[in-house]
Write a protein that binds this ligand. Sequence first.
Ligand code: FES
Length: 225
Amino acid sequence: MKPRPDKGKIKILKNGPYLVTGDIPLAEEIIVIGAEGEPERWAKGRDYPRTDPYTLCRCGASKKPPFCDGSHLHSGFDGTETAAPGYELDEADRTTGPELDLTWSAKLCAGARFCHRAGDAWNATEHSEDPARREIAVQEACDCPTGSLIAWDKKTGKAIEPEMEPSIGLIVNPKAGESGPLWVKGGIPIESADGTLYETRNRVTLCRCGASKNKPFCDGSHTNK
Ligand code: FES
């Protein structure tokens, strides 16, 4: 996607928080667990009051989460960014099926586990000649908040992406009793501390626990996947 200034921006401050500008909505996104014990769907949680700008905690030490309260100044937080600028298709694990391909980037996986219900997205891709299995694979890939999992239409060669309005979600996983990453939706530009723009993507997740080894993105370190 091309960066669009009208979508606002997330600027990473050196060893500090995310500075969000452009009146971007902020709300909880809750993982609803289904009968199989795996994530089944997303539910909207509470909306946060709109301010512009606002700063979101990146170190995990704030006492006023999700907002920054300056705790990074005293916690010794090292926010050095180590991630590649975008989705590294060459490095992604690829599964090929009759109607779909599925790529998965381990480095970007937040462990949300939407891909594990109904026999899993990989299995459904391998049997994607069956419309019902194809639908499962596409739905599970599109439910992945990070975009680490992408379904590709073999006829067009294009990624199948969900429509998303620009917004930021605070992922809540009640089953794991944890707060997950920031879910950045709808192609909001993300700018590194040195001013470089990351590849603008429809969906990515940013670390807000401070533990990711692939900063600024979540790599699932907040959970054991
Ligand atoms: S929030 Fe997932 S690694 Fe920090």
